[in-house]
Design a protein around this ligand. Structure first.
Ligand code: OMP
Length: 239
């Protein structure tokens, strides 16, 4: 499972949240696979499907297929295998689907020639402790992330998606090897949008993030490659 766990290459994952293949490919054409990996989520995958994922990989990008599977174990395992067969670099499930679901997901891709990294979403970065209370979770966001991180680690997955705000606490609790993939990244001059638990790229790196998911601050920039360069440079200087 840990064949792709070593962090070499880009730490920035650009979220290609576009309504169609044309917009996604046009943005990808402005980016550099040496500087970033790409994330394909629901909107783009529903619109453009596996062909778009293959087109991005053919351009040299590692692809994180962000479909956040959350269903009964058999269904999630089959979906993970189908995703792994596409040759993606990383894929994800929801940790709140539970241990049987996560173990089934892990086992379903274990025999792939080059298994993708498999990570689990803990608490969405658009949620805070008040949102959790309203769905019956009395723990704080940080406590809930830690609980789900431990469960994910026990199930043998490669890491989690969480806010960089929790990264320092997680690093102390779960060690250096477990991957922390952190969306909700906002350079200081950016809008927060619908994100609630945010940090800047350098703050996220210093807190212990391995990979930083950045969407709108790059995709809606006047100069997306310039923005990516600036973020990459700031990270290199901080490492
Ligand atoms: O799994 C994810 O990637 C994810 C988990 C999470 O908790 N929060 C979160 O924002 N994301 C994704 O990360 C991206 C963030 O995009 P921006 O808010 O535009 O930077 C979006 O594609 C989200 O779907």
């Amino acid at each position: 499972m840990d064949s792709q766990r070593t962090i070499d290459g880009a730490r920035v994952i650009v979220a290609l949240d576009f309504p169609d293949a044309g917009g996604a490919l046009a943005l990808a054409a402005q980016l550099d696979p040496q500087l970033c990996r790409l994330k394909v989520g629901f909107e783009l995958f529903v619109a453009a499907g596996p062909a778009l994922v293959e087109a991005l990989m053919a351009r040299g990008f590692d692809v994180f297929l962000d479909l956040k599977f959350h269903d009964i174990p058999n269904t999630v395992a089959s979906a993970c295998r189908a995703a792994a067969n596409l040759g993606v670099w990383m894929l994800n499930v929801h940790a709140s689907g539970g241990s049987a679901m996560m173990q089934a997901a892990r086992e379903s891709i274990a025999t792939c020639p080059r298994p993708p990294l498999l990570i689990a979403v803990t608490v969405l970065t658009s949620m805070d402790s008040g949102d959790l209370r309203r769905i019956g979770v009395e723990r704080s966001a940080g406590e809930q992330v830690l609980e789900l991180a431990r469960l994910t680690q026990d199930c043998g997955l490669d890491g989690i998606v969480c806010s960089a705000q929790e990264a320092r606490l997680l690093r102390e609790a779960i060690g250096a090897e477990f991957l922390l993939v952190t969306p909700g990244i906002r350079p200081h001059d950016s809008e927060g949008d619908d994100q609630k638990r945010v940090l800047s790229p350098v703050e996220a790196l210093r807190a212990g993030s391995d990979y930083l998911v950045v969407g709108r601050p790059i995709t809606r920039a006047q100069d997306p490659l310039g923005r990516l360069h600036a973020i990459s440079e700031s990270l290199r200087a901080a490492e």
